[in-house]
Design a protein around this ligand. Structure first.
Ligand code: GRF
Length: 196
């Protein structure tokens, strides 16, 4: 299976996915794509010898359609079987998602269905949750809403801040996403459950 990974920032989740796709893994990375040319993850992808593509969403202004057409063109050339959104911070239109429905995954830093959208760690702290975590799900037209493929949990500490919680959660994301992708690429839809 051919995997394209979409990033916006440092790409630590992308690195975890790429480093796991070796040996008998049913998938291989074929493209890392960023919505901004300065994404730190692009340099990491180059170091990992993965083809990269950057489409600067800022150069399209309000023209979301133009941005997505450029993204779609790059993806069509790479012919991925699976797209992994990994720290990808753009909302994709229903049309774009429909073109990849059933083949696009995302990692979200909350225990969905709780805390869709942004600022998930602060919202979990605000709510006084004892447990927080991350979720890998299939992407559908509704934001952070598709079928859940895996979750990782961790206890919230009394002295946690949004930053400390995010920092403790990131390594769990790096464990969860590769395990979910292995199953998904092998056609195994059993959920992955990690942690507390
Ligand atoms: C992480 O906080 C992750 O939860 C979210 O995007 C952030 C950056 O991820 N999905 P990465 O280091 O760019 O993979």
């Amino acid at each position: 299976k051919r995997v394209a990974i979409l990033i916006s920032g440092g790409g630590s989740n992308m690195v975890s996915l790429v480093q796991d796709m070796t040996g008998d893994h049913p998938a291989r990375p074929v493209l890392v794509c960023a919505n901004n040319p300065d994404a730190g993850g692009l340099a990491k992808a180059r170091q990992l010898h993965i083809p990269t593509f950057a489409v600067d969403h800022k150069s399209y202004g309000k023209d979301r359609q133009g941005f997505e057409a450029a993204l779609q063109a790059a993806l069509q050339k790479a012919r991925p079987d699976i797209i992994c959104l990994a720290g990808f911070m753009r909302i994709l239109s229903a049309e774009f998602v429909a073109a990849w429905e059933g083949r696009m995954l995302n990692i979200h830093p909350s225990l969905l269905p709780k805390y869709k959208g942004l600022n998930t760690h602060a919202r979990a702290l605000e709510a006084g949750d004892a447990v927080h975590g991350c979720t890998v799900h299939e992407v559908t037209a509704d934001l952070d809403d598709g079928p859940i493929l895996g979750q990782a949990r961790l206890p919230v500490r009394p002295d946690d801040t949004a930053a400390s919680l995010a920092a403790r959660l990131l390594p769990l994301e790096h464990q969860l996403y590769p395990q979910v992708l292995r199953r998904f690429a092998a056609g195994d839809r059993r959920q992955v459950t990690l942690g507390a």
